[in-house]
Design a protein around this ligand. Structure first.
Ligand SMILES: Cc1cc2nc3c(=O)[nH]c(=O)nc-3n(C[C@H](O)[C@H](O)[C@H](O)COP(=O)(O)O)c2cc1C
Ligand SMILES: [Mn+2]
Length: 497
């Protein structure tokens, strides 16, 4: 069968999940699984696929037992470099550090573009109000064994407005399904949506909320990652795509959501009402924030496309995924460092198993103290300051996307008595597993200078490794045999169950 052609942003509606799926299909990175149950089975299969494959496909779960077979769940949207690049409107053939570099250039130059307001769209193909609303008719997964419920919102949009200023926000804060028309919301302190909510509660007023479950993954990235304070998430998304996205105003709340959303709701939080929320398997790989009373939204209207798709990005133990989050965070930390004037940065990366808990920076050392400056700024600029732990600075010859190389640099180019500093009382939060309950808030940072010491860097022992010219010469000469040896001995990244 001929492969479908990739659609460009001009040809496709730039911000429709269905066009994105066609492009992922064209990349050969979409799998379909029929018959997995909503209760743990979808979550477990997602986790096992991530464990087994270093380049995992996106997975569409269809025909979930007990549900309309065309109501689907999409997992693993962004788990390869190609799909991350596709989503961010970047070339799909970039390696990790060039991708991060291209992304940060794009973010630096980004000019927000206001969305186009349309009167309706595919999301209005089905409209249900009041008693008709039944969210239990959607195959909402219970993702992890320790979860306190089914999570409808893990890769979604929560749209709110500041009750005092009217400023709109689009955030991604987890959403638990309580009932056919009630969904719980957990927003951690300081998030924009939380500030809006707190203002409404102080005024004793119902708080209108719209939510979208299923949309182009760039909108999920905008809601969950990269948008700087003061920039509207829809305008940022338009700026990144180079054209406006289409939104419509919710008939009940006026809150705006993408016209191509798969599923959208409008509703309100009533002051004083709460239900038990959590626990939930969180991105550090633990259930760290326990079950608590949290607000919930009374759903007043439900809209969905025909054959709707719920997008899911439940976090699993980060030893098996999360590369795209590392790339996004690395791009924003790198830009933060550059804005603070740190020269000659050759790369920034967050090893996926550690996520924000470790930042690795490669520099070309230029002056005494350059490495320390790079480390301090990396872990204290806005993008790098929250929930960190270790920051490692290495020389430019280290491949910072390869943990073996980073560990080798630490092991051989740092001396604990002279290469390490500790910062105390830095910015942490409720999800930090090592801070005891009741004491969460601050944590500490360790800076590791794993660079050749500046004073005698020219006399530091040479690395024992074939030079790149030698490597090229012999690998070209022996390529056929080497490829055959490789093919005979290749092993998939398989874990036995
Ligand atoms: C899969 C995923 C789930 C998230 N869940 C939550 C959550 O439950 N609560 C929360 O406060 N932040 C959560 N976040 C982080 C926020 O989305 C992120 O901090 C975002 O920048 C918040 O938007 P805001 O800056 O407009 O408040 C999540 C992020 C991701 C990627
Ligand atoms: Mn925001």
């Amino acid at each position: 069968m001929a492969k479908p052609e990739m659609k460009t942003n001009e040809a496709a509606n730039a911000c429709d999940l269905r066009d994105w799926l066609d492009n992922v299909e064209a990349l050969g990175q979409l799998e379909h699984i029929s018959g997995a149950d909503w209760d743990l089975e979808i979550g477990a299969l997602t986790e096992i696929i991530l464990e087994r494959l270093s380049s995992p496909p996106a997975v569409m779960f269809e025909s979930v037992p007990g549900y309309d077979p065309n109501r689907r769940v999409l997992a693993n949207m962004l788990e390869t470099l190609e799909r991350t690049a596709l989503t961010l409107n970047l070339p799909t053939d970039l390696k990790t550090i060039p991708l991060i570099d291209a992304l940060r250039a794009k973010l630096r130059a980004l000019q927000p573009i206001k969305p186009t307001i349309v009167s309706t769209g595919p999301v209005m193909e089905n409209v249900e109000r009041g008693d008709q609303i039944d969210l239990l008719k959607f195959p909402v997964p219970r993702w992890h064994e320790g979860d306190g419920g089914r999570y409808l919102g893990t890769a979604h949009l929560v749209i709110t407005r500041d009750p005092e200023t009217g400023v709109e926000n689009v955030g991604c804060y987890r959403v638990m399904l309580h009932d056919k028309d009630k969904v719980g919301l957990y927003i951690s302190p300081g998030k924009h949506g939380k500030m809006h909510y707190e203002k409404a509660m102080r005024a004793g007023k119902p708080f209108p909320v719209a939510m979208v479950f299923g949309q182009h993954p760039l909108l999920f990235i905008a809601a969950s990652q990269a948008v700087p304070f003061g920039v509207n998430e829809y305008e940022w998304t338009g700026g990144l795509l180079g054209q406006p996205i289409e939104v419509m105003e919710g008939p009940l709340t006026g809150l705006r959501f993408p016209a191509t959303a798969e599923i959208a709701i409008e509703g309100e939080i009533i002051p004083g009402e709460s239900l038990p929320e959590g626990p939930f398997g969180e991105w550090p790989g633990y259930y760290a924030s326990a079950q608590r009373a949290e607000p919930f939204v009374r759903v007043k209207a439900l809209y969905y496309r025909n054959d709707p798709i719920i997008c899911g990005a439940a976090p699993f133990k980060p030893t098996i995924h999360g590369m795209y989050r590392s790339c996004l965070r690395a791009a924003t930390v790198w830009n933060g460092m550059e804005q603070a004037g740190v020269p000659d940065i050759r790369g920034v990366y967050l090893p996926p198993p550690a996520q924000r808990f470790m930042i690795v920076v490669a520099i070309k050392q230029r002056y005494p103290g350059h490495a320390k400056q790079a480390a301090l700024v990396a872990c204290q600029c806005h993008a790098g300051a929250y929930l960190g732990r270790y920051v490692v600075v290495v020389d430019e010859d280290i491949d910072i996307t390869d943990l073996n190389e980073v560990v080798w640099a630490i092991a051989t180019r740092s001396d604990p008595a002279t290469s390490v500093d500790i910062l105390r009382r830095t910015w942490s939060g409720p999800l930090d597993p090592i801070i005891p309950p009741g004491q969460k808030g601050h944590n500490s940072r360790m800076i590791i200078e794993a660079t050749r010491p500046y004073e005698w860097r020219d006399r530091f022992p040479d690395v024992s490794q074939i030079g790149s010219d030698t490597r090229k010469r012999f690998s070209a000469k022996w390529e056929k045999q080497l490829a055959a040896v490789q093919a005979r001995h290749a092993r998939a990244n398989v874990r036995q169950d």
